[in-house]
Design a protein around this ligand. Sequence first.
Ligand code: PEP
Ligand code: MN
Length: 332
Amino acid sequence: MIAVLKKEATEGQIRNLVGWFEKQGLRVNESKGEYCTVLGLIGDTTAIDIDLLSGLDIIESVTRISDPFKKANRKFHPEDTVVDVGGVKIGGGNFAVMAGPCSVESEEQIIETAKAVKAAGATLLRGGAFKPRTSPYDFQGMKEEGIELLKKAREATGLPIVTEIMGAEQLPLFDDIDCLQVGARNMQNFELLKALGKTDKPILLKRGLSATMKELLMSAEYIMAEGNPNVILCERGIRTYETYTRNTFDLSAIPMLKELTHLPIVADPSHATGRASLIKPMAMAATVSGADGLEIEVHPCPSKARSDGAQSLTFEQFEDVSKAIAKARSII
Ligand code: PEP
Ligand code: MN
């Protein structure tokens, strides 16, 4: 249920009302906007008399919300959430470009890439240290060493880092990481989501391989329900019957999610298409569709990449895509 308060409601009246809701066993999510305050009530609201509540002086309107996601719901929090990733803001008009290799492979590779993507306009460095691979025989990432190399690349360039966490037990290793990515394969690893919810780290939550938007939002809710509001959603394509592309980029998910949630939404055209040649048009399409940022794989020599080479851009290609993104941004 949400209760929209009148503009003239005083702080004392708001506190009284919040206290009363809490006494009824409800949790209250308070969102103060420029024009009004919205109280999102979480819990069993069946005993609340809507007519009685609507009749209070300070109440503008009361609505029951049937969506199962509450904290992530735009109705609960009409204004865009802005997430700060190591000083770089995402959401609410702030656009971020996360770029870098699929996997961290060596000190030289990650530092060279970090410098190149920064020079081309990236605002965050991505790179996988722990890699979720379909085959156990494929490169699994440099793990702890990869994390240390990412920190060195951050030191060398000033770019905050985004890297994937695969299990709650890895959390101590991510203490000094700016943004923790939850990969598509872990979108419903609920124990991991709950553990991340107990931190205050920005979390980049990727849509599962066959997940609906509602399931993605429910996974965000797992993190938020534990107290961490810093969730960024990522559309990275879903599995369909199509085989020319690695996945099917669900472009309409961007404006749809924007309607449903206040959380920032990043698009990942690299995993969505699996093809370097499709990154530029899809990055532009995602940008004009309202994405708050992009995640793009870049490698010094894609043909030698230890993972996802076919979808990785060269430095030169990334520079070109970066210019195209800026052009796309200028028309919206
Ligand atoms: C990645 O970002 O390299 C990755 C593995 O992405 P996803 O979880 O979307 O497949
Ligand atoms: Mn990858």
